[in-house]
Write a protein that binds this ligand. Structure first.
Ligand code: NAI
Length: 343
C-alpha cells in the first residue's frame, strides 16, 4: 500500500482529481489517499494559501498528486506552486510531451522530455520596486542548482536509453546566469560518453521544435524557458489537457498536470482529466508500481483510439463519461496490457 497526499486545488482541480481516484479504485491500485489543501479553498478555510500542515504531510509521506492552484496575475499572493517547489526542494520539473493514440497532430510520433530547473531563475521571488516606476527582478542561477538538475537530466536519459540531451539557454545574452548553467552542462555532459550533448539558444530552439521536433530528445533548461517550451510542446501533442508533469526533489516528489485551474470551464464537468491521469501514472512508476500504470495507460490509450474525447480534443464527452470509458477498457481482451490485471 502506498500513501499519497492528494491536493485537489482550485478550478477544475477537484474534478480531475476525482477522475484519477475513480480509475485507481477500478484498477485496484493499493493506494491510501491523504487529503490536504492548498490554493483558494485552503485560504478560505485556514487563512493560508499553502498551510504548513500540507507541506509537512508531503515531507512525511514523500509522494503527492496535486490539482492546479490559482495565482492572480500582478499583485496578490505568491504562487502556491512556486512556494511548494521551493519549500520542498523540488528541483527538477519533468514534463513529457508524448503523442497519444487517436489524437491527430501535425507530427505523428513525438516523444520529448523537458527537464526544467524548478526553483531558481526568475522564479526565486526576488523582485522589488526600485522606485515607484521601476521594478527590479533577480534572475538567480547557482552552480549547485544547475548541477543537480543537469545531473538529473543525464541520469534520466541514461536510465531510459535516450540518446541526446539538449541544453536550451540564452547564454549569449544572460552571460553570467545562463553562462553558469551552460558551463555546468558542458562539465557534466563530458561524464556521459554514450549520450550526445547538444546546445541551443532558446529562440532558435522554439523555431526548431515546431519545425522538426525529432531533432530533440531530452531538454534541460532554466526555469522560465522550461515553463514556456513545455507548453509549446503540449501544443504539439494535443494541448494542455494531455500533458503531465513531475516535480522531483531529493526526498519527495509532487505530480501534477502542466495546465492551470482553467477557471473558464471549472464546475462544468467538461475538463479533460488525461493530463492528471498521466501525472498519476508517472507517480505510480516513481513508486515502483509500473504494472498498475501500464494497466491504466493501456485503458486510456484504448479509449482514445476508440474516439473517446472530451471537448478540448473535439469530442463531446464529459469528464466523467470519458473517465468511465477509460475504465471500461481495462478488462477488454484486446487490451495491450502486458501482464495480468492486478489483483
Ligand atoms: P490554464 O492552463 O488554466 O488554461 C488555459 C486554457 O486551457 C483555458 O482555455 C482552459 O480552459 C484550457 N485547459 C486547461 N486545462 C484543461 C483541461 N484539463 N481540459 C480542458 N481544457 C483545459 O491557464 P491559465 O488560464 O493561464 O491559468 C489559470 C490559473 O491557473 C491561473 O491562476 C494560473 O496562475 C494557474 N496555473 C496553475 C498551475 C498549477 O497549479 N500547476 C499551472 C499553470 C497555471
Amino acid at each position: 500500500m502506498i500513501d499519497v497526499v492528494i491536493i485537489p486545488g482550485d478550478g477544475i482541480g477537484p474534478e480531475i482529481v476525482e477522475s484519477v481516484k475513480f480509475l485507481f479504485e477500478k484498477a485496484l491500485v493499493p493506494v491510501n489517499w491523504i487529503e490536504a489543501q492548498a490554493g483558494e479553498r485552503a485560504y478560505r478555510e485556514t487563512g493560508s494559501w499553502l498551510p504548513d500542515e500540507t507541506v509537512d504531510l508531503v515531507r512525511r509521506f514523500k509522494l503527492a498528486l496535486k490539482g492546479p492552484t490559482t495565482t492572480p496575475a500582478g499583485g496578490g499572493h505568491r504562487s502556491v506552486n512556486v512556494a511548494l517547489r521551493q519549500r520542498l526542494g523540488l528541483f527538477a520539473n519533468v514534463r513529457p510531451a508524448v503523442s497519444l493514440p487517436g489524437i491527430e497532430t501535425k507530427f505523428g510520433n513525438i516523444d520529448l522530455i523537458t527537464v526544467r530547473e524548478n526553483v531558481e531563475d526568475t522564479y526565486s521571488g526576488i523582485e522589488y520596486m526600485k522606485t515607484a516606476d521601476v521594478a527590479w527582478g533577480i534572475k538567480l542561477s547557482t552552480r549547485p542548482g544547475a548541477r543537480r538538475v543537469i545531473r538529473y537530466a543525464f541520469e534520466f536519459a541514461k536510465q531510459r536509453g535516450r540518446s541526446k540531451v539538449t541544453c536550451v539557454n540564452k547564454a549569449n545574452i544572460h552571460k553570467l546566469t545562463d553562462g553558469i548553467f551552460l558551463e555546468t552542462f558542458r562539465e557534466i555532459a563530458s561524464e556521459y560518453e554514450g549520450i550526445e550533448a547538444d546546445e541551443k539558444f532558446v529562440d532558435n530552439a522554439c523555431m526548431q521544435i515546431v519545425s522538426d521536433p525529432s531533432r530533440f530528445d531530452v531538454i534541460v533548461t532554466p526555469n522560465l524557458y522550461g515553463d514556456i517550451i513545455s507548453d509549446l510542446m503540449a501544443g504539439l501533442v494535443g494541448g494542455l489537457g494531455v500533458t503531465p508533469a513531475a516535480n522531483i526533489g531529493a526526498d519527495c516528489a509532487v505530480f501534477e498536470a502542466v495546465h492551470g485551474s482553467a477557471p473558464d470551464i471549472a464546475g462544468k464537468g467538461i475538463a479533460n482529466p488525461t493530463a492528471l491521469i498521466l501525472s498519476s501514472l508517472m507517480l505510480l512508476d516513481h513508486a515502483g508500481l509500473s504494472n498498475y500504470s501500464e494497466y491504466i495507460y493501456a485503458g486510456l490509450c484504448e479509449a482514445l483510439k476508440n474516439g473517446c474525447f472530451t471537448k478540448d480534443l473535439g469530442g463531446d464527452m464529459t469528464l466523467m463519461e470519458f473517465t468511465e470509458a477509460v475504465a471500461g477498457f481495462f478488462d477488454r481482451e484486446h487490451m495491450t496490457y502486458s501482464g495480468k490485471a492486478p489483483s
